[in-house]
Design a protein around this ligand. Structure first.
Ligand code: N01
Length: 544
């Protein structure tokens, strides 16, 4: 379907596509559907052997989202909403992967997706005004537009302990989990890392492992998920409410069903406050974090109050007071890092087969052929699980050599921190659109994905209708947006804490200091800004 052209450089014939999409996760799939509607010839390159992105790679035991299932699926296809049943309030990974495969089947997307195709480089050609995309295999592909659908948490990172390669047992990273099931029954297992992935893994592995040893460097504030099955009658009632559910997601701060309570922590009496926190702690999902008093993430005293409340819960749930204290964060307040939601996570530490090692007190010195050596002990393991996270937000971009106008690379451009216009465009990189790029609104991610894809599609339709083929953000528009990004981050307690949300990853060079790595304003504000650009006729962009 694509036009065949001969490369002026190599003389080799190469296909020219209207658009190349990198990645066949949720954003790539939805963008592909929308571009087909514009009549575009689209090629998708996907590193995995199947669709799903996050839901393809993260197959670790217990993996699921912390958004309510019915607020997470695609909202654009009303027919699919009526056909699909979620089995649990927070569906497990295999179900979401199945769901995304169904979407790919329904829209016959696979015929335009090349699997096992990892993109190595993408270069803007100023003469032809085309992108040239090079795969790991060396093959090259050209397109008018380039869309990165490469995810915000998709570049897994490993620590560099000495001896890792010589470990004789099995070793896995949660974000690169094998397709064949891993059996923990009767095994001695180590889990390194206690972020959202580690917590979900730990509570599952603790059920069958002979011995599970958790290596924790920084404890996180976790809160109960309160998952449950969705019986058919309840699913029918949910189906009838989809319009209302998605309207709610459109209105809330970060597209979840939960949104901050309009009251401040100390507006109410101590009794009323305690009762409200108890209620949030007993309810499903992120209410305790994003549905709490509106000042818990900005007012230090308010944050201390919620932190005290959750610390008491941990003390009640963990029998050994010494272990409980190790599990209670001391260097950051509740909610200033991503709150992992859990199911009997704290109770795992009451089991005789589960032990906790504090790697600040006794650091990991090396991985031995048979296990792990810390500063004070030697442990034997059959399996080591690295739940050590991702080079978040810009990591996936850094793994591809993007070269824009005048030979400038994206890595150079972002040397002092990533910039963008509404997370989707970058000056110097014409005809390139980033879905979930730096400083886009994240939150309940599929809601942000649908918005961003629709925004890009509207822009491309505008180009088509006006016979335009070139688009680039003006530098002054990027600067204005970045001023706004910096401004909304002021005063947030999370900005005082190391985490992927502030761009810190101690396993990656150049990620040791905190930056404003993500957009921290509300999703409605983000959308108003992005829609304003379109409504004003794209004056902030160079169109040609
Ligand atoms: O990664 P993380 P994640 N020695 O970066 C530790 C989303 N997600 O994959 O904090 C010892 O949070 C590290 O310790 P420290 C969600 O947005 C969603 O768990 O750096 N430990 C930390 O404990 C989430 O926030 C869902 O001191 C080392 C852990 O590894 C994001 O993805 C589920 C170490 C990494 O935690 C990332 O979560 C899963 C070392 N050398 C993920 N290096 C749901 O929706 C790293 N660590 C439920």
């Amino acid at each position: 379907p694509a036009t065949l052209q001969t490369s002026p450089v190599t003389g080799a014939a190469s296909a020219t596509w209207d658009a190349i999409i990198i990645g066949a996760g949720m954003s790539g799939l939805y963008q592909q559907i929308r571009l087909r509607e514009l009549g575009m010839k689209v090629r998708v390159f996907e590193a995995g052997t199947g669709v799903g992105g996050t839901w393809y790679w993260n197959r670790y035991p217990g993996c699921r989202f912390d958004s309510e299932s019915y607020s997470y699926g695609f909202s654009f296809d009303k027919e699919l909403l009526q056909e699909w049943s979620w089995s649990e309030h927070f569906a497990p990974q295999p179900e979401t992967e199945r769901y995304l495969n169904l979407v790919a089947d329904k829209y016959d997307l696979r015929r335009d997706i090349q699997f096992s195709a990892r993109v190595k480089a993408a270069r803007w050609d100023e003469v032809d005004r085309l992108w040239t995309v090079t795969l790991d295999s060396g093959s090259r592909h050209r397109s008018r537009f380039l869309i990165t659908a490469i995810g915000a948490l998709s570049a897994p990172t490993m620590p560099d302990f000495p001896g890792m390669d010589a470990f004789e047992g099995e070793a896995y990273h949660t974000g690169l989990w094998p397709k064949a099931p891993v059996d923990f029954t009767g095994k001695r297992v180590a889990v390194i890392g206690t972020g959202a992935s580690g917590v979900q893994t730990i509570q599952e592995v603790a059920k069958t492992a002979a011995q599970l040893t958790v290596f924790q460097r920084t404890p996180n504030w976790c809160a109960p998920l309160h998952n449950g099955r969705i019986p058919p009658e309840e699913m029918a009632a949910i189906r009838a409410r989809y319009d209302e559910i998605f309207r709610r997601c459109d209105e809330t701060f970060s597209c979840f069903l939960h949104t901050p309570d309009p009251r401040n922590t100390f507006d109410v009496s101590a009794e009323e406050r305690e009762a409200f926190l108890e209620k949030l702690y007993s309810e499903r999902g992120f209410g305790i974090w994003v549905g709490n008093f509106k000042d818990i993430l900005t007012n230090r005293a308010a944050n201390e109050e919620i932190s005290r409340f959750v610390a008491d819960k941990i003390r009640q749930r963990v029998k050994d007071p010494k272990v409980a204290e190790l599990l209670i964060p001391k260097n950051h307040g509740f909610g200033t890092r991503r709150v992992p939601l859990e199911t009997r996570y704290y109770e795992c530490y009451n089991q005789p087969n589960v032990a906790l090692v504090d790697t600040r007190a006794t650091p990991i010195e090396r991985i031995t052929p048979t296990g792990i050596r810390t500063s004070d002990a030697e442990y034997g393991f059959d399996i080591i699980v690295y739940a050590t996270g991702f080079d978040a937000l810009r990591g996936a971009f850094d793994r591809i050599d993007f070269t824009g106008r005048e030979g400038a690379t994206l890595k150079e451009k972002w040397q002092d921190g990533a910039t963008s216009l509404v997370g989707m465009l970058q000056d110097g990189f014409p005809n390139m659109f980033m879905l979930l790029g730096p400083h886009t609104a994240l939150g309940n991610i599929p809601r942000s994905i649908e918005f961003n894809v629709d925004w890009v599609t509207r822009l491309l339709r505008h180009l088509q209708e006006n016979s335009l083929t070139y688009v680039e953000a003006r530098p002054e528009a990027v600067a204005r947006w970045m001023d706004h990004v910096m401004e909304v981050a002021q005063g947030l307690l999370s900005m005082e804490v190391d985490s992927w949300m502030t761009g810190v990853n101690r396993n990656v060079a150049g990620r040791q200091t905190r930056v404003v790595a993500r957009y921290t304003g509300s999703a409605p504000t983000y959308r108003a800004w992005a829609n304003g650009i379109a409504d004003r006729g794209y004056a902030e962009l160079v169109l040609a």
